[in-house]
Design a protein around this ligand. Structure first.
Ligand code: SF4
Length: 287
């Protein structure tokens, strides 16, 4: 039959809608059976589907050519200075200074590290190294190692929790000043403290810092963060292999874009990785 070009889309859409309705009805009939079959690989995935974050900047594991994560207990300090967004740099600094983090900070930072590809073993090693500066290994194991294993889906419900995105961090509980280090500095710091921090970290020129602060004053915290990325990664859109999707929406997107930028510029990242690649994690669930 002759079909005018203008009608093609509506005919295909109608056909697709009918096929989709049939498949959904079929899926609804067997959903309970498949989703509650804990032994099958698809059951947990189906049950968590409605809470997965799949938007720009969904969690990325950053790996080297050998397929291993570039983020380890040995590289985390260098990569924090080089490639972490301000929120995670502040948590890293807080951990190094206080040798501990409060609950919200451990969750925000720990899930970020996990999402960026840090293994359970390296995560435990890194936290243990810091925490045992002020407590014994036994105390650390008793009070903190369970929650790290829980984050990696090895305890409790064995859910695989995803890192927080910017909206969750920005609208989450604000940190208690001087005691807690979680949150988003663009949202939770006052202008004076943020300005002093940007100057201390030598982020961009005075004009760049003014532009970042102007976004903060306007309540555009994510634009402030994207501007921070822009001024500290000059000409990033021109660099091959740098995916800027999600920078300013997800701390893990910021991190993976920054690592790939430095990798491309230096011919090898701070973690010693060459030809770094970003691997989407499977089966991750929003907390
Ligand atoms: Fe972190 Fe997002 Fe805030 Fe940037 S905007 S500092 S990535 S929470």
């Amino acid at each position: 039959a002759y079909v005018p070009l203008a009608r093609i889309v509506s005919i295909v859409a109608a056909k697709f809608r009918v096929a989709l309705s049939k498949s959904l009805a079929l899926a609804a009939g067997v959903f309970g059976q498949v989703a509650h079959d804990e032994a099958s690989r698809i059951g947990p995935l189906l049950k968590s589907m409605n809470s997965q974050y799949t938007g720009p900047g969904a969690p990325n594991a950053v790996t080297g050519m050998d397929g291993e994560s570039v983020l380890t207990a040995a590289t985390v300090d260098t990569l924090a200075d080089q490639s972490m967004p301000l929120c995670m740099q502040q948590l890293h600094q807080g951990l190094k200074r206080d040798h501990k983090l409060k609950h919200q900070g451990r969750l925000q930072f720990g899930l970020f590290l996990k999402g960026a590809g840090m293994s359970l073993e390296e995560h435990t090693l890194f936290f243990q190294r810091e925490f045992t500066r002020i407590m014994t290994s036994e105390q650390f194991n008793k009070q903190y190692s369970y929650s790290i294993r829980h984050m990696h889906g090895k305890e409790g419900k064995r859910a695989s929790y995803t890192p927080y995105n910017c909206m969750k961090i920005i609208f989450g509980n604000p940190p208690q000043s001087g005691v807690e280090h979680h949150g988003c500095p663009y949202k939770h710091y006052d202008e004076q403290n943020l300005s002093a921090l940007l100057t201390k970290l030598k982020i961009g020129s005075v004009a760049d810092r003014d532009a970042i602060l102007a976004h903060k004053k306007d309540g555009n915290f994510q634009l402030a963060c994207a501007k921070h990325f822009e001024v500290s990664h000059p000409a990033a859109p021109m660099v091959d292999g740098v995916n800027l999707d999600g920078v300013g929406n997800h701390p893990n997107a910021w991190f993976s874009a920054s690592v790939s930028y430095h990798n491309a510029k230096n011919g090898g990242g701070a973690g010693g990785a060459t030809n770094m690649e970003v691997v989407k994690q499977e089966g991750a669930v929003a907390m």
